[in-house]
Write a protein that binds this ligand. Structure first.
Ligand SMILES: Nc1nc2c(ncn2[C@@H]2O[C@H](COP(=O)(O)OP(=O)(O)OP(=O)(O)O)[C@@H](O)[C@H]2O)c(=O)[nH]1
Ligand SMILES: [Mg+2]
Length: 201
């Protein structure tokens, strides 16, 4: 199996805070999902969309899949993405994250070149960033066990496995304003992005 090559976009949430389905976000007249897919194609051979609305993606050549363990939030999506992926390390991003940074993706790959972690995750203060991150296919059984125990927290799962952490300061050298982790959760987030940033998009 190839070491890298697969990227997953998670698009299976409730979008409760946004008030409409975030898979349908448009920026400059273009579906954000389409922009994300195109950008990821520059770096990955295999793009997988884990969605609760496969009908939104008819006609795309990419792999479209849905949650296998339903209703457990982002970890359900990570699980389904890893099941579908054909590389060992798999890149994950959320459908509401508009600023993919290919240089940082390459840096993460390089950072784990000589090790075999279960995930490569960036620290943010005392927290972590669970997307714009890599997860290993070897994590599938740990995710299943975690969800079977009714624990849906990514953080608590990561605290139990071998993770390669990247420090906040290292990551800031690629994204000083932390925009590569920006996610649009509310209409205010979206309007702010459209009014202030999307003209450079
Ligand atoms: N496949 C899958 N993806 C999910 C699920 N829940 C959340 N996600 C995705 O995980 C990412 C981060 O989640 P949030 O930003 O909280 O999105 P959300 O859950 O749709 O939004 P809220 O309902 O406002 O919390 C987004 O890409 C969501 O689409 C799920 O049950 N399955
Ligand atoms: Mg979000």
């Amino acid at each position: 199996m190839k070491r890298y090559g697969a990227a997953v976009i998670l698009a299976g949430g409730k979008s409760a805070r946004m008030g409409f389905d975030k898979q349908l976000i448009k920026i400059n007249e273009r579906r954000l999902m389409d922009s994300l897919i195109n950008k990821l194609r520059q770096e990955f051979h295999e793009i997988i969309i884990v969605t609760n609305k496969p009908e939104y993606y008819i006609g795309l050549s990419d792999k479209i899949t849905s949650d296998i363990i339903i209703g457990k939030g982002p970890l359900s999506g990570i699980h389904a993405g890893l099941m579908e992926a054909s590389s060992e390390l798999v890149y994950f991003i959320a459908c509401d994250m508009p600023n993919i940074n290919l240089e940082y993706i390459r840096y993460m790959k390089e950072s784990v070149r000589d090790t075999e972690p279960m995930a490569c995750i960036t620290r943010f203060g005392q927290w972590i960033e669970s997307f714009n991150a890599f997860y290993s296919k070897n994590m599938i059984s740990a995710i299943e066990e975690h969800l079977q125990n009714h624990n849906i927290s990514i953080n608590s799962l990561l605290s139990k496995v071998e993770v390669h952490y990247i420090s906040e300061s290292e990551a800031r050298s690629f994204s000083p304003s932390w925009d590569m982790f920006l996610n649009l959760n509310t209409k205010e987030d979206l309007n702010h992005f459209i009014n202030n940033i999307a003209n450079k998009y």
